[in-house]
Design a protein around this ligand. Structure first.
Ligand code: ATP
Ligand code: MG
Length: 341
């Protein structure tokens, strides 16, 4: 049982054709639903929304589900809460929430949402996608209050591109917080094969393995590769050359990351990436997909704030040991993950 997306939220509930079944992750979400809150934290294009859609829309889903996507650049606490209340009411069959009005009382809104969730009866899941778009500290604090005091039978799933200061440590200590991160969302080699085969493509095993390595199982990168491979007369060469410099990858990152930065940040990133170009011309050997490389797409990758507790350099650490590894995914990499050593 799934609620329709709230008015003003992105259409996020309809199951999309062409999604491959990621049953291990769906099962992980099922297990996580036994806790109070699940956080899915992974970079752009990791497959967070697709997974949530697949989980929410699968046949036999017994839970009532409210699905909301935070609007891009949402900085208004009241609008955030009205959208959330709207998503809950779509799922419960309640009336449309009132329009925004002066004198917004955040605590009263948290209480209202909590009591409507409590009255929903039966297992209920509140999914909040794209929470990284919320820039209101006030709303984030109010959301923490809700997430840490959900009524029995209510589970919340929050998906975000980066960790947010939600102060959920008490839930973590109590064993009530489940977390799914980039490493778990990476496509396995088998899933990569399935994705290709769903598009009517097959690759020899070593080429498939190389594609998987180049993309690091990054869902969006694999999807872009599949689109480029379709009808490509020389798939092996394409995969060998597929990298962060690939036009489709660059365009994706431009659209998803750089374009969303404020103009002054865009200017700074593009200016410093030109600086890097000068350094490269001066003979410095730089891996193609590193925080210091010159493509706009890597400037975009750098635009992703570092995860809390992690220095910026490792938040987008690239292959520092060689120029051949050339991973394309925008996420954090573990030290020593270079497979070409
Ligand atoms: N299960 C899947 N089967 C096929 N393709 C998938 C699957 N999951 C993700 N993808 C591909 O990866 C792309 C990115 O996935 P998705 O939009 O879910 O990522 P995301 O983590 O929500 O990104 P963002 O942070 O930008 O919202 C999708 O458009 C789709 O092409
Ligand atoms: Mg998404």
């Amino acid at each position: 049982m799934t609620g329709r997306p709230a008015a003003g939220s992105r259409a996020a509930c309809a199951a999309r054709p062409g999604l491959i079944d990621r049953h291990d992750l769906v099962a992980a979400l099922d297990r996580a639903a036994g806790k109070q809150v699940t956080i899915i934290s992974a970079p752009a294009g990791s497959g967070k929304t697709s997974l949530l859609q697949a989980w929410a829309e699968r046949a036999g889903q017994q839970r009532r589900i409210a699905f909301m996507s935070v609007r891009p650049g949402q900085h208004d606490a009241q609008l955030f809460w009205l959208a959330l209340l709207g998503a809950v009411r779509v799922a419960t069959g309640g009336a449309e929430p009132p329009p925004a009005a002066p004198g917004f009382n955040g605590q009263a809104m948290v209480d209202k949402v909590r009591s409507e969730l409590a009255a929903s009866g039966g297992p209920f899941v509140l999914i909040i996608d794209d929470l990284h778009e919320l820039s209101s500290a006030e709303a984030a604090g109010q959301l923490t209050a809700l997430l840490t005091s959900l009524p029995p039978g209510v589970h919340a799933v929050v998906a975000t591109r980066r960790d947010l200061p939600l102060r959920l440590h008490q839930l973590r200590l109590a064993g009530e917080l489940a977390e799914i991160r980039a490493a778990q969302l990476r496509f396995t080699e088998n899933e990569t094969r399935e994705l290709l085969s769903a598009a009517g493509l097959t690759l020899p095993d070593p080429v498939l393995a190389m594609l998987h390595q180049r993309t690091e199982g990054w869902a969006a990168g694999l999807r872009l590769a599949v689109l480029s491979l379709d009808g490509n007369p020389n798939p092996e060469r394409f995969v060998a050359e597929f990298s962060g410099n690939d036009r489709t990858v660059a365009e994706y990152l431009m659209a998803e990351m750089l374009d969303r930065q404020p103009p002054e940040v865009q200017r700074l990133l593009l200016r410093t990436s030109l600086l890097d170009q000068g350094q490269r011309r001066a003979g410095r050997r730089t891996p193609r997909w590193s925080p210091t490389s010159s493509t706009p797409s890597t400037a975009a990758a750098r635009a992703t704030p570092p995860l809390p507790g992690r220095p910026r350099s490792s938040a987008r650490a690239s292959c520092a040991c060689c120029a051949t590894c050339r991973p394309i995914s925008p996420g954090p990499r573990s030290p020593g993950s270079c497979r070409s050593r």
